[in-house]
Write a protein that binds this ligand. Structure first.
Ligand code: 9Z3
Length: 400
């Protein structure tokens, strides 16, 4: 490597350049300013109270194929992890800013918004024509309702939506920058399933992509006019090879989304604790990929999970610590039982460093929500993080 001398131009900061390029090329969501005002008010209120505040990101991100979007690419995430985690963070005393994909699950209402748990099934008509909760559901509903109202009334929960990948990135950057006054009491819990690929605006069609040539004559005429006025739209998502009938195929050409975790760690939120999730489907690479992400971005915790087993186990990968698996006990015998009283095979499984075999899992959902184990463990690491930053501050003050 050739050392730089002071007379040389400093090397360009590539991540800052990529950031400038991305955010100037991709327009912000229309509600960004409104969201910033709401988020600022919320964050400042809790910063003044000296309270911990967590930004939970949740749900999938869409990848629009057209500027006036009819079609988009999406992913599987329903937002269960984020919405459930938000409830346990509130339980642990955090203020929660819940940045979620529009129409994905929300804290509290998630209990009644699944397709299988339609809220109407929980209601019945009273003798006077009023709508009331069914007797068998009323207890749980009241509990959930009270928790929800309490969070709202005490201003502990702010819910902000996004839709596309670029909306998400604009919102994330603006909100995390606002979180600076919280110092180390800020926690970023990035559970949203963020697309790795997108169509850059310069290659995106303005209008709905046509699947047949029925509108060709109109479009050709329009093109001629545009060419004459030098305003031709450049859009190359169609494969124009003569072998392939244009009316039959659509070739979508996606660019990689820049990795902004580095910018987040170094610039947007330099003092907050940052927790990212790593999702894989191949058990053989999960821990390796989680460790790789941690080394690359130098943040504080990666929670690894596999698509098939994500409600049963996750792995905590953090600097200087051995990997730590968190598992929902599969057998009532294991819940609350010491390993010596539980079956030796199941006890070994709970402590094993090997991912679970999805085929060995019951089809039903676990009795216990794994987030009830994840959040206390994250909160404990956050306490250690806050203390270490405080200690460093005190040592600095003493040495001045
Ligand atoms: C996760 O891994 C979440 O746990 C899930 C939750 C999306 C699996 P559901 O919403 O699922 O409860 O149905 N989130 C992060 C996924 C992600 O996009 N991570 C990036 C990656 O793996 C890194 S930031 O590369």
């Amino acid at each position: 490597m050739i050392p730089h001398t002071p007379s040389e131009t400093p090397p360009p900061n590539l991540s800052a350049l990529a950031e400038d390029h991305y955010f100037s090329a991709n327009p912000p969501p229309k509600d960004l300013e409104k969201h910033i005002a709401l988020a600022k008010d919320f964050i400042d209120f809790h910063a003044a109270a000296g309270r911990r505040l967590v930004l939970v990101t949740s749900g999938g991100t869409t990848v629009p194929l057209e500027k006036q979007t009819v079609r988009f690419i999406d992913n599987f995430s329903a937002g269960t992890r984020g919405a459930t985690s938000a409830e346990y963070f509130l339980e642990a005393g955090y203020a929660v800013l819940f940045l979620h994909r529009q129409f994905s699950l929300l804290p509290f209402s998630r209990h009644y918004s699944h397709a299988t748990d339609c809220f109407l099934d929980f209601l019945r008509e009273g003798p006077d024509g009023s709508v009331i909760a069914r007797d068998e559901d009323a207890g749980k509903m009241l509990h959930v309702l009270r928790k929800y109202r309490e969070a709202r009334d005490k201003k502990m929960l702010l819910v902000l939506p996004f839709v596309s990948i670029s909306d998400y990135l604009h919102e994330l950057r603006s909100i995390t920058r606002l979180m600076r006054p919280l110092g180390p009491k800020a926690l970023l819990y990035l559970a949203a399933a963020v697309s790795d690929f997108f169509v850059p605006p310069e290659r995106m069609s303005e209008h709905k992509i046509q699947s047949t040539d029925a509108a060709d004559s109109v479009l050709q005429a329009k093109k001629k006019v545009a060419a004459a006025t030098e305003e031709e739209e450049t859009f190359d998502n169609f494969d124009s090879s003569p072998k392939v009938p244009r009316s039959k195929r659509l070739v979508v050409d996606l660019d990689p989304v820049p990795k902004f975790l580095k910018n987040l760690v170094e610039g947007w939120s330099p003092e907050g604790m940052i927790v990212s999730f790593k999702l894989e489907t191949d058990p053989a690479i999960l821990v390796h990929k989680a460790r790789y992400s941690l080394d690359r971005y130098q943040h504080h915790l990666v929670i690894g999970n596999l698509l098939a087993t994500r409600k049963w186990e996750v792995v905590f990968v953090s600097p200087g610590n051995p990997d730590k698996w968190i598992r929902v006990p599969r057998n009532k015998a294991l819940t609350g039982a010491s390993p010596s009283t539980a079956s030796p095979a199941l006890a070994a499984e709970t402590q094993s460093d090997e991912p679970l075999d999805p085929k060995s899992l019951p089809e039903a959902e676990p009795d216990l929500e794994i987030e009830s184990l994840i959040i206390p463990a994250v909160s404990e690491l956050h306490t250690k993080y806050i203390n270490s930053i405080e200690q460093r501050r005190q040592q600095k003050q003493l040495s001045v």
